[in-house]
Design a protein around this ligand. Structure first.
Ligand code: SF4
Ligand code: SF4
Length: 373
């Protein structure tokens, strides 16, 4: 084991005493064997490489990789001083677990991760509705676990609407939060600012937009205000330029990705507020030119001919606004043939229902020419 690295930028994690490196490891996209099991021979050196190069925060869930994510962590962290790493896992209280089941899952996590305590224990995918339903159970169970020293802090991850996530933050019950945020989806910007202001540790999932920004594309790289080597570097620099974000969890799949992501975050060329402003201006101009403000609401569906209007518009926007041309074309090719723009029979039913008044038929014709030629 080499000396633990110190290369990554480090920040205080909300009001907790932890200092976190800005790049964290989301343990949910590990390399797999053909039988669907995690390839521990590959995953262990990947996780250890990340830790050796400064990553100090690992995030899991008891169901990632059918329970093997926590085990992958346990295998990788053996021999590493416990105070050099921060371990986090989650429980899905929406499953209406009894207290006995909660204890079983916590004890299983401790056993698999080969540790006496977890730094953070999260209520997974918490919505405001579920907080009202199951919050008491989670809080009373974690209170006991906190008192026994089995967990140090509790937090939540969320995919709910921003206004509902804000209510969870304001409840004051949590020390840390994990939400989605990336160059293509900034809907949680105010949520993130509020959580930071309230002293929560702020964690981001999906910095590469579920792989959309991990795909090499020269066009989007040309928009970058500082020189970048990859789309992923641009995406990570964008997320970490937000001063309200403490750590971005990237779900890395290969040793090469781990090395590339670490290099991107270590790199001295960072985005300033001015750089973000320039990038925003480029995207805003492209949006105006394209004039396709589809919110993805789905009110236009169902199309009697099964055309997948929101997905088609989303991919067209990615290509035309953000310059993610290759990835958008690849994903468009992967749509079912009946979902594609060429299947539109121009009945006009969708246009009557679109709150954005998008001339859907006209746009679909343009898109057919762009993607299907
Ligand atoms: S106009 Fe085309 S996309 Fe819209 S509902 Fe009719 S067939 Fe479907
Ligand atoms: S109704 Fe309009 S805005 Fe909503 S998904 Fe359909 S095209 Fe997009």
């Amino acid at each position: 084991m080499k000396t633990l690295g110190n290369d990554l930028p480090e920040v205080n994690f909300g009001k907790t005493p932890y200092k976190v490196k800005k790049l964290g490891f989301g343990i949910m996209r590990l390399p797999m064997l053909q039988d669907g099991k995690v390839d521990f021979e590959l995953s262990t050196p990947m996780i250890r490489y990340a830790i050796e190069h400064g990553v100090n925060f690992l995030d899991s869930h008891h169901f990632y990789h059918n329970g093997e994510s926590e085990e992958a962590i346990g295998r990788a962290v053996q021999g590493i001083p416990r105070n050099k790493i921060i371990l986090q896992t989650k429980i899905g209280m929406y499953n209406n677990y009894t207290e006995k089941e909660c204890w079983r899952l916590l004890e299983q996590a401790l056993r698999k991760m080969k540790t006496d305590y977890l730094d953070f224990y999260f209520s997974h995918s918490l919505s405001w509705e579920n907080h009202l339903k199951y919050g008491k159970s989670f809080l009373s169970f974690t209170e006991k676990a906190l008192n026994q020293g089995l967990i140090r802090y509790r937090g939540f991850s969320a995919h709910d609407k921003p206004e509902n996530i804000k209510k969870i933050i304001i409840s004051g019950e949590f020390s840390a939060m994990l939400v989605q945020y990336n160059l293509l989806d900034r809907s949680n910007e105010e949520v993130i600012a509020l959580a930071c202001e309230r002293g929560l540790g702020v964690e981001i999932m999906g910095p590469l937009a579920g792989g959309m920004l991990g795909f090499p594309d020269e066009k989007i790289m040309k928009y970058s205000p500082v020189k970048v080597k990859s789309t992923a570097e641009l995406a990570l620099k964008f997320v970490l330029a937000n001063p309200n974000i403490h750590v971005a969890f990237s779900g890395m799949n290969t040793l090469g990705q781990v090395a590339e992501n670490i290099a991107s975050v270590v790199s001295t060329s960072r985005f300033s507020r001015n750089d973000i402003g320039k990038l925003d201006q480029i995207f805003e101009n492209q949006k105006k030119l394209l004039n396709l403000y589809c919110t993805g609401c789905g009110y236009c569906l169902p199309c009697p001919n099964k055309v997948n209007i929101p997905s088609i518009f989303r991919l067209y926007n990615f290509a035309q606004v953000y310059g993610l041309v290759k990835k958008a074309k690849k994903d468009y090719r992967a749509l079912n043939p009946e979902e594609k723009a060429s299947r539109c029979l121009a009945c006009g039913k969708c246009e009557e229902k679109c709150p954005q008044k998008i001339p859907i038929q006209k746009k679909l014709k343009q898109i057919k020419n762009y993607f299907e030629k």
